[in-house]
Design a protein around this ligand. Sequence first.
Ligand code: ASN
Length: 314
Amino acid sequence: VRVRIPKSPEQLNKDEILRKKFYIKLTTAVLSYLTKSLVNRGFEWYLPVILSKSTDPLWPDPGASIEKRVEFEIYESKVRTTLSMIVHKVIACSLYSDRLFIISPNLRIERRERAQTGWHAYEFNQLDFEMKDATSKDVMKLVEEVLEGLISHIENNFSLNSYDGTIYKDIAPPFKVYDREELISKFGTKWEEIFPSRITEPVWIVNIPREFYDFQNFENGKWDNFDLYVPKYGEILSGARREWEYNKILTKMKRDGVKKENYNVLLELARKGKIRQSSGAGLGIERLVAWLTNAWHVCEVQPFPRVPGLVYEL
Ligand code: ASN
């Protein structure tokens, strides 16, 4: 099936502009509720960085599909655009804040065929947060609480009949937890495509092999990380307990072919024992809004759509 491709603002008719205004209103309500909830829970609010020598390797991650890595030189230094602020937030959590969050643009130049998934954008915004001395369970519990609060807030304060009238989501935490291995044996290796159509409420998926910063138990090989999947669409949040031990981080970088030269500061702090234990996650804002509104494409909720493979003037 080919997915309808979101248009640029100047291509929209009156009705489509009304719909866009609805997404913008809802995004405002979502951002306002989420930031308030985190600030009330003692989180400190950071502004994003965009250019850095060190950013998320997004590798190895079975879900990553990057067509191009954006790198260039400023002041005789090679910098990359932010893929996620994971490195910065782990360091900030060790040096500055017990709890912090950032709403940061993530630039991921996804392969152009991903326009058809309806679930990828080449620029999106992530609500990325990190908590010192917390476990994965603590983070999952916080996400469940905030999401449940958000949905009742929207239902109480937002006129739901504005568009489609069907944005009501019935959620009842705690969400079910599935091990990825269990899903592979049930649905095969393409479980990620099949599974979202088999669920009727958000669920957790745990134990996903991915980047060096997620904690892995070297004795049994299991990963202490998690994704939140929503019905019909798929993943809207991913997070983990973090690695903090120098030797483990180094071993994983070597194993996975990740260049350690890009992570000198993190490694040096870890070597000195200055990386504190933490857990955290990142929530895709546009994906959350797309799920809440039943949008047909995640880029549809963006005022200026960032569709993979399609560069509009705006
Ligand atoms: N934000 C994610 C996390 O906290 C990392 C990512 O975006 N790749 O685990």
